[in-house]
Design a protein around this ligand. Structure first.
Ligand SMILES: *Cc1c(COP(=O)(O)O)cnc(C)c1O
Length: 287
C-alpha cells in the first residue's frame, strides 16, 4: 500500500493561483499529516510492542489515525479522554465512530503513571520527535516538485495545532514555511515549537481576531463552502478554514507577489467534518 507521494494540484481561489499538496489523498484510511507523523511507527518493526496509549479529545483526527495504525499493526489501542459527551456515545459520528469501529478502547480518566515495555506512549496530537521522520519525506516530495518545475520564490502555508508538522517542514526545507495557531495563541504555538527544536521556526501569521479551537464561526463555514465551490476540494473545518483566512490575509499585505509561488498543504482531517457539519447545520439552521 502507498502512504507517501501525494499529488500537487493547481487551483484558483478568489482570483489567486495556488498549488495544493494533496496529503488528504495519501490513502483512504491513513491520510493527512497524521499519516506523515505516524509513518515512523507504521514502517518500523516494534517486536516488543503490544499496545499504544495516547490521550486527547474524543473527536480528534490523531485519535482516528492512531486507531488505523493500531489496526494495521495488530496493537491494542487505549485512548484516554477527560470526558465524552453523552450525545456522542449515543450517536457516534466522525472520528469517534470510526476509531471505535477500528477497536479503540476509549477510557475516561487520567493516564496511568507507568507504562511497561510492551506499551508505546504517543503524546497528544502526535507531537513527538518521531514525527520528523515522515515529515522529512513530505519535505523531500516538495523539493523534487520544486526542482522538476523550476519553481521560484516558494512560500508554503499550513495551519498548526501542536505545530509539529510546520516545525519539521521548516527544518527540512530551504523555503519559508508560514503557519497560524489554531489551538491557543501565537505564544502557545512558539512554546510548542520550543519543546521539539531550538531554532529555525516557521513564521507565525497573525490572526485577525481571537478564535477558540473547536468553536463554530460563520466565516469558517463560509470559506469552507467557497473553497469547495471554487476548487472542488473539501478542506477540514477545524484547521483549514482558519488557515485559509490567515493565508489570504497574509497575501493581501504582501508586495511583489506576482513572482511568488504559493503552496498550501492539505493535511487531511475530512472524517472530522462529519460531526462539524452536523453542528454547523444545527447552529445556523441550515437543514
Ligand atoms: C492534526 C491536524 C493539524 C495540526 O497538525 P499539527 O502537526 O499538530 O500542527 C492540522 N490540520 C489537520 C487537518 C489536522 O488533522
Amino acid at each position: 500500500m502507498n502512504y507517501t507521494n501525494s499529488p500537487i494540484q493547481q487551483v484558483t481561489f478568489n482570483k489567486q493561483k495556488y498549488f495544493i499538496k494533496r496529503d488528504d489523498l495519501l490513502n483512504s484510511d491513513f491520510s493527512g499529516n497524521k499519516a506523515r507523523k505516524f509513518y515512523y511507527y507504521l514502517i518500523n518493526d516494534f517486536p516488543n510492542i503490544k499496545k499504544v496509549v495516547s490521550f486527547g479529545s474524543s473527536q480528534s483526527n490523531a485519535m482516528y489515525s492512531l486507531s488505523v495504525l493500531c489496526k494495521l499493526k495488530n496493537w491494542q489501542f487505549d485512548y484516554y479522554v477527560d470526558h465524552t459527551a453523552s450525545f456522542l456515545k449515543e450517536n457516534p459520528v466522525g472520528n469517534y465512530k470510526y476509531a471505535i469501529k477500528n477497536g479503540m478502547n476509549i477510557i475516561e480518566g487520567s493516564l496511568p503513571d507507568f507504562f511497561d515495555n510492551e506499551t508505546l506512549f504517543i503524546s497528544e496530537g502526535g507531537a513527538v520527535v518521531e514525527a520528523s521522520f515522515g515529515v522529512e519525506i513530505l519535505a523531500n516530495e516538495i523539493k523534487s516538485w520544486v526542482d522538476k518545475n523550476s519553481i521560484k520564490n516558494l512560500k508554503i502555508f499550513l495551519p498548526s495545532g501542536t505545530g509539529t508538522t510546520a516545525l519539521y517542514l521548516q527544518k527540512f526545507l530551504p523555503f519559508e514555511v508560514l503557519t497560524c495557531a489554531c489551538v491557543g495563541d501565537e505564544s502557545y504555538l512558539k512554546k510548542q515549537f520550543e519543546e521539539l527544536e531550538k531554532d529555525n521556526f516557521p513564521t507565525i501569521v497573525q490572526k485577525e481576531k481571537k478564535y477558540h479551537f473547536g468553536k463554530l464561526y460563520k466565516e469558517f463555514y463560509d470559506i469552507h463552502n467557497e473553497l469547495l465551490k471554487q476548487t472542488n476540494i473539501e478542506f477540514d473545518l477545524l484547521y483549514d478554514s482558519l488557515g485559509w483566512l490567515c493565508f489570504e490575509n497574509y497575501l493581501k499585505q504582501l508586495e511583489k507577489k506576482d513572482d511568488m509561488t504559493f503552496l498550501y498543504i492539505h493535511q487531511g482531517g475530512i472524517i472530522g467534518n462529519e460531526s462539524m457539519l452536523d453542528r454547523y447545520k444545527y447552529k445556523y439552521h441550515l437543514i
